[in-house]
Design a protein around this ligand. Structure first.
Ligand code: GYE
Length: 333
């Protein structure tokens, strides 16, 4: 500062002009770095590929994403892949062609994404994984993964069961309704649950099949389980919807859900929480679908070239019947 005061007026003017040019130059650089976006109207365009509309969780997740995009002033291009990986790949390729600023998606299965993710990277379009992850070895193919710890959800479900059945003297027969084959939440919830119940050899999974995260799938597979197995003590369903479908099969088979068969699920959407409050379900490990606000925040950051954490975990809890009764009046989804 001292030096500046000794400068003559023309020199000061030149210095000011130089700094204006410098700032202008930096700003121009910043503007051109829009992550592959063609338009430069300052508005962020996000291409989002959703898994489908298979469950109450998914519907709540879609609503959260659409509402948060509108609130954040982000232009959202949305595609429902109807639970098909090929549809997701097609949607992502479309977004690349349209030169969106950010691509976000919830991968229906874990494997098989490297090629299309590489295409997005080559086009300089940042990708954010939300809800479910991919098994790609090259972590530079996406910026971050925002979602739940599915292994933990399975483990919490299993630990609750271990506690409930700690004084069981004979075998406890468990059937498991898995999510869609190859999906991260199906693989991980199975793993976490299996590891947790392994401490008690009385706890045995006697049947385990995919019910695709849908009510119809849950009902149909539970009917088969009930036909094939005389004694079923516990049902672990990887989401509420399959558990709700299974209720119909259990009732039709003349059994009382929540009493004759202990039912544990994951998600804690409203209908699941109602079943838990009514004593038809016995325990739910929560999985929050409200990922929209954090996703939009991340999109703004990666678009601005800011560093973001490689993994952002959703905060969750668990519910018993008593806790469900308390939480239900304020449950938004
Ligand atoms: O648990 C299930 C949905 O990926 C976490 O997908 C999500 C799962 C959720 O269909 O209900």
């Amino acid at each position: 500062m001292g030096k500046m005061r000794t400068q003559s007026a023309p020199w000061r003017a030149a210095a000011v002009l130089a700094s204006v040019l410098l700032v202008g130059g930096v700003a121009a650089c910043g503007n051109s770095d829009t992550g592959g976006g063609a338009k430069d109207d300052g508005k962020i365009t996000m291409g989002f590929s959703q898994v489908g509309a298979e469950s109450g969780w998914r519907t709540a997740n879609t609503t959260s994403i659409k509402e948060s995009a509108a609130a954040a002033g982000i232009e959202l291009k949305f595609d429902d892949a109807q639970q098909k990986q090929e549809n997701q790949i097609k949607a992502i390729r479309n977004y690349i062609q349209q030169k969106v600023d950010v691509i976000a998606f919830s991968p229906v299965v874990e494997s098989g994404w490297d090629t299309v993710l590489k295409e997005a990277k080559d086009a300089d379009i940042p990708v954010i994984l939300t809800d479910r992850s991919v098994d790609s070895a090259d972590k530079s193919l996406y910026k971050t993964f925002l979602g739940s710890d599915f292994v933990k959800e399975g483990r919490l479900a299993g630990e609750w069961l271990v506690e409930q059945k700690k004084s069981a003297t004979g075998p406890v027969n468990i059937v498991e309704l898995q999510g869609n084959t190859g999906a991260a939440p199906a693989n991980d919830r199975k793993k976490g649950f299996g590891e947790a119940i392994a401490v008690n050899p009385n706890l045995k999974i006697i049947a385990s099949q995919p019910g695709d995260f849908t009510r119809a799938g849950g009902k149909q597979v539970m009917e088969q389980f009930l036909k094939a197995n005389k004694q079923i003590d516990v049902l672990f369903a990887h989401n509420d919807d399959m558990g709700l479908g299974a209720l119909e099969a259990i009732t039709a088979a003349g059994k009382v859900p929540g009493k004759d068969i202990t039912i544990i699920t994951v998600d804690a959407v409203k209908d699941g929480m109602q079943a838990l409050a009514d004593g038809k379900f016995n325990f739910i490990a929560e999985c929050s679908p409200l990922l929209g606000p954090q996703l939009m925040d991340l999109a703004k950051k990666v678009h601005a070239g800011e560093e973001v954490p490689a993994r952002i975990e959703t905060e969750e809890t668990t519910f018993t019947t008593e806790q469900a009764k308390e939480a239900l009046p304020n449950r938004k989804y």
